[in-house]
Design a protein around this ligand. Structure first.
Ligand code: SF4
Ligand code: SF4
Length: 194
């Protein structure tokens, strides 16, 4: 969807404000990380690939970069104007818990399950409420677009059969009381029992 959107809108220039980045589980629960950079490119995928190089993220764990490469939207090695990314490296950079390399088995599974809307849920990370951290503010309930989040005795609960994995609840919880867990198939394929 993101790649299609870019194909439809086609901005003239893409800017990345990386003066302060975020490590870990953003956007509210991460840790601010000083990077000190502003990046710009006419090609958003080239921009992302250079940014990934700077913070030490393998391109194959970024779905938009893998797909952009498959679609021929990254035209060889990006031409760098300005500082050499190798001199700007800030790794090790702590990634979100859900970031995992997409091996061949995972890629095949994604393609097969993408044909079945409900099946793809087993691959995607799902939100889980940490009851001990929830203060019952109701922000997740109000923001959920499909009424999958609800309140019970001042604690949030999520109905995963309704959930569309948009992660708005995770992003809106200021108490970091909603974490993301790997989907069942992801755990089996990746051997990760998170
Ligand atoms: S937003 Fe967070 S703290 Fe508020 S009800 Fe939902 S899970 Fe609980
Ligand atoms: S991930 Fe989206 S759909 Fe699922 S419970 Fe949270 S806000 Fe609702």
């Amino acid at each position: 969807m993101l790649i299609d959107l870019h194909g439809a809108v086609v901005p003239v220039l893409h800017l990345m404000d990386a003066v302060v980045g975020m490590e870990g589980n953003g956007p509210l629960s991460g840790t601010p990380a000083p990077v000190g950079l502003i990046l710009a490119s006419r090609n958003p995928h080239a921009l992302d690939s250079v940014a990934c190089r700077i913070i030490g993220i393998a391109a194959n764990i970024v779905p938009t970069l893998s797909l952009a490469e498959e679609r021929g939207l990254i035209d060889g090695e990006p031409v760098i104007v300005g500082d050499d990314p190798a001199c700007l490296a800030v790794s090790p950079f702590h990634l979100p818990d859900t970031a995992r390399p997409a091996g061949l088995l995972m890629k095949i599974s994604r393609k097969i399950l993408a044909r079945f809307q409900r099946g793809s849920r087993f691959l995607l990370p799902y939100p889980e409420v940490i009851s001990s951290a929830c203060i019952g503010c109701g922000a997740c309930v109000r923001i959920c677009p499909v009424e999958a989040a609800s309140h019970h005795e001042r604690r949030a609960a999520i109905n995963l059969s309704r959930c569309i994995r948009c992660y708005c609840c995770h992003e809106s919880c200021e108490e970091a009381a909603i974490t993301l867990r790997q989907g069942l198939l992801s755990r089996i394929i990746l051997g990760n029992r998170q």
